[in-house]
Write a protein that binds this ligand. Structure first.
Ligand SMILES: [Zn+2]
Length: 389
């Protein structure tokens, strides 16, 4: 009756709303109105037990609005309220003023009314948009650009059912090849053209489940260096990162809404999964830097080896040239020595010839025949005794 939305915590249908007041008693006294627009009826009962979540329900025959409008209207309302309550109690947004669906952002060429608008004491505006219906990438971009032009940080949250939540098929998961098979991530969704447009703009798709007050972050486990199909990409070496904009599907990392924060600098809702993305990105960059440095070192080593080889080759060539020169010099010296000897010989011959020319002719030439030395007189033939002797 106070027009304040009351949240029935999971499994608390039989519990107490506040000390001494049970939910059932509160409903029985007709204190809880249905929040559906144009309904205005009080709830008749609390449904607790069975497979479905504990919830309030109309009396049979009353409040058939879900059949007319579909559940989206209530989901949307619920999501806005959950967001508003989170923003009101979040320490990071203490002192901010909150507007639920009632304050438009206006520009000369149009206006938009965010589902939840938070304004800081110094005028910083954060708009939360909860998107339940279908939206094209072009339309999203126009709205995103509008908020950027107006200087408003826009945070988009998609429904956890309906057109924004299409479970991925096995074929898509296999096609993407980069989606982890991590059993911790039970939910896998298709990435629509809208989600891919957001990823192109560096905006990571988020989903909001208002019943469990959970934020889902688009996440994959990828091995950036190894993107060829058929590779095992969910190994330990993989990184937990946002999906690439071409992926057909991704996993959803679920985090409690209360653990999320608004990152004004990045203009996004900082979920624990996003923190992990940042950490992993830093790790990846550090590893890439190490790899680059190693590559530079290897290149330098190779260059040094190459230079060493060139130096050795040059030294060997120089040595060879020196040896050849030395041999040539030696040969030259020998040749000169021979020539000098030849010269000296010729000189001597010439000198000898001169000497000979100055000699008397008889001495110039050696006698033709050696003159026999004068022999002892032979005994005449008639004195043979002398011969015998
Ligand atoms: Zn109703």
């Amino acid at each position: 009756m106070t027009k304040q939305l009351r949240y029935l915590p999971t499994g608390q249908g039989n519990g107490e709303m506040e000390p001494g007041v049970t939910w059932r008693g509160h409903v029985a006294r007709g204190m809880l109105l249905c929040p559906a627009p144009d309904c205005g009826l009080t709830f008749g009962r609390v449904v607790a037990g069975g497979a479905r979540r504990h919830h309030f329900a109309h009396r049979p025959g009353e409040g058939e609005h879900d059949a007319v409008t579909g559940p989206e209207t209530l989901w949307h309302l619920s999501a806005k309220n959950v967001l508003g309550r989170w923003a009101a109690s979040h320490p990071g947004l203490a002192g901010w003023t909150l507007h639920l669906d009632d304050t438009p952002i206006t520009l000369p060429d149009g206006w938009r009314r965010p589902d939840v608008l938070a304004i800081s004491p110094d005028g910083v505006k954060v708009a939360f948009e909860v998107q339940y219906s279908a939206l094209t990438g072009t339309d999203w971009q126009a709205r995103h650009d509008f908020y950027a032009k107006a200087g408003v940080v826009d945070i988009w949250l998609f429904a956890h059912h309906g057109p924004q939540w299409r479970p991925a098929t096995t074929r898509q998961l296999r096609r993407s090849e980069l989606v982890s098979r991590d059993p911790d991530w039970a939910a896998t969704v298709q990435l629509s053209g809208l989600h891919q447009t957001m990823l192109r703009h560096g905006v990571i798709p988020l989903w909001l489940d208002p019943t469990t007050q959970t934020i889902g972050t688009a996440t994959t486990r990828v091995h950036p260096a190894n993107t060829s199909p058929g590779e095992r990409l969910w190994e330990d070496s993989a990184y937990t990162l946002p999906p690439h904009r071409t992926f057909p599907a991704c996993h959803i990392a679920a985090d409690p809404l209360e653990q999320c924060d608004v990152d004004l600098e990045a203009g996004e809702l900082l979920t624990p999964a996003r923190c992990l993305h940042h950490k992993e990105r830093d790790r990846l960059q550090a590893e890439e830097q190490v790899a680059q440095e190693r590559a530079v070192q290897v290149r330098a080593q190779l260059r040094a080896q190459q230079e060493e080889r060139t130096r050795c080759r040059r030294a060997a060539e120089q040595e060879k040239r020196r040896a050849i020169a030395a041999q040539a010099a030696q040969e030259q010296a020998e040749r000169e020595k021979r020539e000098q000897e030849e010269l000296r010989r010729k000189e001597e011959e010439r000198a000898a010839a001169e000497v000979r020319q100055k000699m008397p002719l008889a001495q110039q030439f050696p006698p033709m025949f050696e003159q026999e030395p004068p022999s002892s007189p032979k005994p005449p033939w008639w004195k043979p005794w002398q011969r015998r002797a």
